[in-house]
Design a binder for this molecule. Structure first.
Ligand SMILES: Nc1ncnc2c1ncn2[C@@H]1O[C@H](COP(=O)(O)OP(=O)(O)OP(=O)(O)O)[C@@H](O)[C@H]1O
Length: 355
């Protein structure tokens, strides 16, 4: 087996970041997490703009940072596509894309040819002779992608690459990125806050919170069975993380939720209960009847969610939950922020799994 394209096992104490993660060659990893979680720091460790206080960083098997080792950024064969396209303003598009290969010693004609191939790959062939200042935001970012791909890097780092673009340009570039990355053999780490980027681009997901990896897995695993608050928000589900108190029940504080357990509970007692906000009904008082989970909560917010209204609530134990209800039912209930309600969800709608 070949070495991973990126292996980080490092701490940056002054930022309280301590992470261990690997990116196998040929895969795309989405690096997610709230503001200040450490995403940029991990990119910096890979790129060589941040030095680890301890531990090491390897790129394609080579130690690029760590005790007694330091490879400067330009010698790591890593390309960065940032929020803003970092193009050289005095060169035309073709020369911008040919710049990296030229710097690695490729002859002029071959570098130009390679640049045209990369421009064609991102749908920007027709822009080859254009001056950089005459490009739109979306065009410039395409050219920046071609430029990042041209030196054939071990690893491509994408730092919120679509966030400076309007919705249409972002959607187009997302497809271009998808074509350039998925199944291409290229390896990338993409920092994003956008679920659409994760779905379109990522094979794997790592979630960081407060400088630590709190969750990792394939995109399907993390979205299907999130094990962190951030992962649950991304997946759009309610998540109670706590201890397993029965094969089919999880307790978080005083909140106990029953559900359908995965076949074989592990010996660990950390477990998660996940359910959709659409499966949650909102009542003024606990209803009688069939096996249900009943969670008293205080309403903390109301917001429109498509054709429904999302009712946000918090239980006395601090579990934050959401219920999506129709405007008509909400109006009949006459509830507002600060009111006490009862959130009800059938056990059959709850999935219980190890966390
Ligand atoms: N240049 C710096 N010097 C010192 N501390 C920093 C520096 N940059 C970031 N930090 C701190 O390091 C921690 C991780 O920040 P980082 O920028 O890596 O998070 P992030 O997940 O990229 O956040 P965001 O989504 O806001 O960009 C935070 O506590 C932050 O305040």
């Amino acid at each position: 087996m070949s070495a991973p394209a990126l292996a980080v096992r490092a701490a940056v104490p002054e930022r309280d970041v301590e992470v261990e993660l690997t990116v196998p060659a040929g895969r795309v990893l989405a690096l997610l997490g709230p503001n200040g979680a450490g995403k940029s720091t991990v990119l910096g460790l890979a790129a060589g703009t941040v030095r680890p206080g301890s531990g090491e960083v390897r790129v394609a098997g080579r130690r690029v940072a760590g005790e007694g080792a330091w490879v400067p950024p330009h010698a790591r064969r890593i390309s960065l596509l940032a929020q803003e396209p970092l193009l050289l303003p005095h060169l035309d598009v073709l020369a911008n894309v040919a710049f990296g290969p030229r710097a690695r010693g490729v002859a002029r004609r071959a570098a130009d040819e390679l640049a045209r191939t990369r421009l064609a790959e991102v749908g920007a062939e027709a822009l080859a002779e254009r001056r950089v200042h005459r490009l739109s935001g979306g065009q410039a970012q395409r050219v920046a992608l071609a430029r990042a791909l041209a030196p054939d890097p071990h690893l491509l780092l994408l730092d919120e690459p679509l966030s400076a673009l309007d919705v249409d340009a972002a959607a187009q570039l997302r497809q271009v990125l998808r074509a350039a990355l998925r199944g291409s053999g290229r390896t990338a780490v993409v920092v994003t806050h956008d679920l659409l980027d994760v779905l379109a681009l990522a094979d794997d997901v790592v979630v960081l919170e407060a400088g630590r990896v709190v969750e990792q897995g394939t995109t399907a695993e993390v979205l299907g069975r999130p094990r962190s608050g951030f992962g649950a928000r991304l997946a759009g589900v309610n998540l109670l993380l706590g201890e397993r108190v029965a094969a089919d029940a999880v307790r978080a504080g005083d909140d106990v939720v029953h559900g359908l357990a995965s076949a074989q509970p592990a010996t660990t007692c950390r477990a998660a209960a996940a359910f959709s906000p659409r499966a949650v009904a909102v009542h003024r008082a606990a209803p009688g009847g069939s096996p249900r989970n009943v969670l008293p909560a205080r309403v903390t917010g109301l917001e429109q969610q498509g054709a429904l209204v999302r009712v946000r609530g918090e239980t006395a134990s601090g579990s934050r939950l959401a219920a999506d209800v129709t405007p008509a039912s909400l109006s009949a209930l006459r509830i507002g922020v600060g009111d006490d309600v009862v959130l009800v969800v059938k056990a059959a709608e709850v999935e219980i799994y190890d966390a």
